[in-house]
Design a protein around this ligand. Sequence first.
Ligand code: F6P
Length: 357
Amino acid sequence: MKRIGMLTSGGDCQALNAAMRGVVKTLANSKENVEIYGFLDGYRGLIYSNFRMLTGKDFSGILTKGGTILGTSRTPFKTIKDPDENGLDKVEAMKQNYYKLQLDCLVILGGNGTHKTANLLREEGLNVVTLPKTIDNDLWGTDMTFGFQSAVDIATDAIDCIHTTAASHGRVFIVEVMGHKVGWLTLNAGMAGGADIILIPEIPYDIDKVVDKIEERDKDGCRFTIIAVAEGAISKADAKLSKKEYKEKMKKYPYPSVSYEVAAAIQEKTGREVRVTVPGHTQRGGSPCPYDRVFASRLGSEAGKLILEGQYGFMVGYKNREIVRVPLEDVAGKLKTIAPDASIVQEAKLLGISFGD
Ligand code: F6P
């Protein structure tokens, strides 16, 4: 008999359900007897012992469903060792609940913050297997995270829709893409949607270079310009500020987000009409794309295999087109960013895309 605890933590994304289904189906198709304890709303469920016993039926029909059947929440790693408002030691509570239920292992699905806590639980002696979810694709140790391709599809659709209206009106259009502190989603959706300018956090921009590109397009007779801006994009000047100086600047920041700052600067420098579109959380919503359904199922099935083999302390990842097992201590606390000279960036530049650098 194996007793498995499962939870999804952090921002949701597409294919979380597909991944959990992959784990459970793999276990169910083995000879092992398995009990599944689904902790609700992320680590909170494990801390406060809020769980549901799940059976195969709970995982039937969820391959195509977005979101997570377990619910999720953000439980910041920064404060995980601080007692809660009632003085409860959260880490100790998670351990106690794990031991009380006599779990053999925890299957944890999440992104960066989630992996830091998962690694902490591993260090505390719990058996943990993790799966890499996030639309940001910023987890170290895996070339791809599930949710990413589905989000690329949605962000690309948004850029496609903007293209036709931008062309009709001859406007400059900004589409702000999610991705937290990295530019994977913006770069991929921007290239897929034929953006003329792509601004990502890894390549700080110079607004004059952005304006140069717009004016160059004007001269070439192009009536419009599409700019894909990552929500974490940053100007060269801001990138030079110390953390403290940047914090001070943000206190008086008059814009809802960086896209509006870029828009205002372009408007002022060119007199052109600029519009901003923010698809926001739609990028995390809806059904997983076929790629993510297959990908998450494969990762889930490998996680099931790890559990059957009694191999713990790994994230199931994807490297060079192979499913791999990555030690959790190697993953936790590292961010996978785009190298400014990565071949995809160089190729985009050869296509004429400006990064404003
Ligand atoms: O990490 C996924 C993500 O969607 C990021 O792209 C974004 O910055 C963040 O989560 C938004 O978080 P929240 O859902 O808490 O607003």
